[in-house]
Design a protein around this ligand. Structure first.
Ligand code: EPU
Length: 360
């Protein structure tokens, strides 16, 4: 267990926001967590679990103890006629893990290629892209309870996955009326995920149907792509429309796509016939938040060094970090821009956009 003081967090958050952790502990194994809990000072202190930093907005120095998860390890646990089961340490880079599965001849995660962040953070917000969500391939995970020091395993039902949502995003009490979640079920800030297992079903079938993928199929003249082709196409699609955090700071989609009732949707269509919307199985309608923000004229705009990406209005970017050698936008500036976007979308469409990243 390595305890460090005054650690710059700029390299550890994909927005590249400048901030420091007063105390940072690198966690390389579950036993490191137990050592933290055995230390009277560290045990008593409030804690923040940091993965790849791809879904956070730092609004200042972090005074609580940062547990930076660096648990490694990739292995195949099962190879049966029905599925492969693979396990990854929570500190593994998500995209590298996806690439590794394909290199081992284990397809199933290719639609989730190039999503920034770590394996351990992936279940927290049930990452998803191009018709596949983590919950569709999830087997189970191991975690340590930071309050009791107990290790435990959760299956998919126990993780209570939803759209960019899980038990790890909700506080334990009181009951969460908004999502009908009973009291005591939330594990936010309490469970440190150490390992995640995935079930990759056989026979593999590509998950097609997204317009961008259909365009790639048409270009290549391929109706039944291989998993490697899917992986390559997804990487090309994402690189074309999403900024690379290594080049320009961002946290992927900044807002969730909102869902509305069919009546609300009909009302908006009457005023804005071009609105991009998708029918959901439960009768509700999902709206493209990127379209709503774009329609309000935000695409490419900036407030100070906080900006809206030119090619995808759902992505906020931190301009100025690499260009001028300046510190770039602060977390406060990013949130000011986010609030201005929320206000203008609300005033025009009557819809309150919900932010995806965790504000620290
Ligand atoms: N659109 C616009 N203007 C924009 C952006 C989008 O008109 O500036 C329209 C597009 O033309 C399209 C629709 O909005 O018709 C949806 O856009 P897109 O297909 O790019 O997907 P998205 O809804 O913006 C979601 C996920 C992404 C995921 C993609 C592909 C959320 C919040 N975002 O984006 O996930 O990669 O679908 O499956 O659900 C992330 O969560 O960080 C993320 C990148």
């Amino acid at each position: 267990m390595l305890v460090e003081k005054n650690v710059p967090l700029q390299p550890y958050n994909t927005f590249h926001i400048v901030a420091k952790a007063h105390t940072l502990v690198r966690i390389a194994s579950a036993s490191d967590v137990l050592q933290v809990l055995a230390d009277p000072l560290l045990n008593a202190a409030p804690k923040f679990i940091l993965g790849g930093g791809s879904n956070i907005v730092l609004t200042g120095d972090v005074k609580v103890v940062v547990l930076k998860v660096e648990i490694k390890g990739l292995r195949v646990l099962e190879d049966t006629p029905r599925a492969w089961v693979v396990e990854a340490g929570a500190g593994e880079n998500w995209h590298d893990f996806v690439a590794w599965t394909l290199a081992q001849g284990l397809p199933g995660l290719e639609n989730l290629a190039l999503i920034p962040g770590t394996v351990g953070a992936a279940p927290v917000q049930n990452i998803g892209a191009y018709g596949v969500e983590l919950q569709d391939r999830f087997e189970s995970l191991d975690a340590v309870d930071l309050q009791t020091g107990q290790t435990f395993t959760l299956n998919a039902a126990q993780c209570a996955f939803g759209y960019r949502d899980s038990v790890f995003k909700h506080a334990s009490a009181p009951a969460d009326m908004a999502s009908d979640r009973p009291a005591g079920l939330g594990l936010a800030g309490r469970a440190l995920i150490t390992h995640v297992r995935f079930r990759l079903p056989k026979p593999w079938k590509p998950v097609l149907g997204y317009l961008d993928i259909e365009k790639k199929q048409a270009q290549a003249g391929v109706t039944s792509p291989t998993a490697q082709q899917m992986f390559d196409w997804i990487c090309q699609i994402r690189r074309a429309k999403l900024p690379d955090p290594a080049v320009i700071g961002n946290a992927g989609s900044f807002f969730k796509n909102p869902t509305v009732t069919p009546e609300q949707c009909a009302d908006i269509i009457a005023r804005d016939p071009k609105i991009v919307h998708y029918q959901l199985a439960d009768g509700r309608v999902k709206l493209a938040a990127g379209w709503l923000i774009d329609a309000c004229g935000w695409k490419g705009k900036s407030v100070g060094q906080a900006g809206v990406y030119e090619k995808q209005a759902l992505v906020l970017v931190n301009r100025g970090v690499s260009a001028s050698g300046s510190d770039g936008a602060t977390g406060g500036e990013m949130m000011t821009l986010a609030k201005a976007i929320q206000t203008s979308v609300y005033e025009r469409f009557g819809i309150l956009l919900e932010a995806e990243p965790v504000v620290v």
